[in-house]
Design a protein around this ligand. Structure first.
Ligand SMILES: Nc1nc2c(ncn2[C@@H]2O[C@H](COP(=O)(O)OP(=O)(O)OP(=O)(O)O)[C@@H](O)[C@H]2O)c(=O)[nH]1
Ligand SMILES: [Mg+2]
Length: 193
């Protein structure tokens, strides 16, 4: 997959069109800080440093736009629930994310990342509700699955699929076993007839 970094911004969202003049479809990655959004983007794209990652939460502080294969956009959103950031920063990101989510007709899919070892938090549940209300497809990705034993992961997947009422795709950047599955699902949703 060929990725081109477009820009980091809080307010100037790019508008790219296909040869027929239609806006390119867009996928947003959302989730709590440190859940692995930027790592997943890098792994997914096969590029180590497309998106900046960090062991310290709060690394991604702007919306980062990537153009993939000249056919869709991928947006790395700043993580929510990062308590240590200054209040003004948190307000700035949250309002940028709100503006983005509520003014983006080209947004065709949300990937909501949740650490497979943690319970989904209120912000995660709000995102799921919001996507339902807006009728935007949402896939949940359980990240860092290499940190759980197979049986534990199975249990977490079963329990949460039922509870959240959404499809959950497990993912680990350590083994990448489900990368092709994720690509297939994304293509199916973006170009559904
Ligand atoms: N073991 C393991 N560690 C992971 C995985 N994915 C991410 N990590 C680690 O989790 C930490 C946070 O990853 P990031 O990708 O920076 O997280 P983020 O969600 O972009 O964080 P913010 O930008 O703060 O919102 C880093 O130390 C990563 O190396 C995974 O699949 N397995
Ligand atoms: Mg990040």
């Amino acid at each position: 997959m060929r990725a081109e970094f477009l820009l980091s911004t809080l307010s100037e969202f790019p508008s790219l069109k296909d040869p027929q003049g239609r806006p390119l479809p867009e996928i947003a990655l959302a989730g709590r800080s440190n859940v692995g959004k930027s790592s997943l983007i890098n792994h997914f794209l096969g590029q180590k440093k497309a998106a900046k990652t960090s062991a310290t939460p709060g690394k991604t502080q702007l919306l980062n736009f990537f153009l993939i294969d000249d056919s869709f956009l991928l947006v790395d959103l700043p993580g929510y629930g990062f308590a240590k950031a200054p209040v003004e920063s948190i307000e700035k990101w949250s309002s940028a994310i709100d503006t983005y989510l509520n003014n983006r007709p080209s947004l065709k899919l949300i990937l909501l990342l949740i650490d497979c070892r943690r319970e989904p938090k209120d912000e995660d549940l709000s995102m799921i509700e919001w996507a339902k209300t807006m009728q935007i497809p949402l896939l949940i990705i359980f990240t860092k699955t290499d940190k759980l034993k197979a049986a534990e992961l199975d249990l977490a997947l079963k329990k949460n699929t039922k509870r959240l009422g959404c499809e959950i795709i497990p993912y680990s950047v350590e083994n990448g076993r489900t990368r092709d599955w994720l690509i297939k699902r994304i293509r199916g949703i973006l170009w559904a007839k």
